[in-house]
Write a protein that binds this ligand. Sequence first.
Ligand code: IMP
Length: 182
Amino acid sequence: MILVTSNRHKFVEISNLFVKAGIQLEWVQKKYEEIQEDTTEMISYRSCAVVRKELKDDFFLEDTGLYVPSLHGFPGPYSSYVNTTIGYEGLQKLVAGKESSAYFKTVVSLSIGDRIIQFGGILRGRISSEAAGSGGFGFDPVFVPDGQNLTLAEMDVVSKNRFSHRSRAVASMLGYLLASQE
Ligand code: IMP
């Protein structure tokens, strides 16, 4: 199966799950046009539809958003823009004094045959006022999953994969792929 992403961190996390499932993963390190939409589902779907025009083999890609309910779900589908503009420090400032709970949502879009099938995964937690850790990427240094004391950036890939949004979405796609192989 082919993963299309320009993000090395996403590839490392996902390849770890494929090794465990015994399925070969090929990485197409490609930056594609990410069309701005109102939902993570639609960004993922439209990106998949764009890549599908060039790549004839079956493949998948994913889009992830960080949702903060006390900010009415912001940044959500605008997570990429927020990360490159105000960064996690800016997000910490927006959340300061408000309810800090947040969640990541990953939507995998699998292009298979003549269909696009989506799989979702959510990780609930909170935005910490203290950044910590040097691992991971994006908002990992300020995101503390529910039931944990560490930020995602303080965890290694195997620990993050135990419960992450991305691992949940990919696990459900792997379940589908394995079931369709039987
Ligand atoms: P993307 O559009 O799926 O690449 O992600 C939107 C934004 O969320 C980007 O700025 C990423 O850095 C960030 N992001 C995506 N996944 C994660 C994650 O697992 N941890 C922390 N930040 C993430």
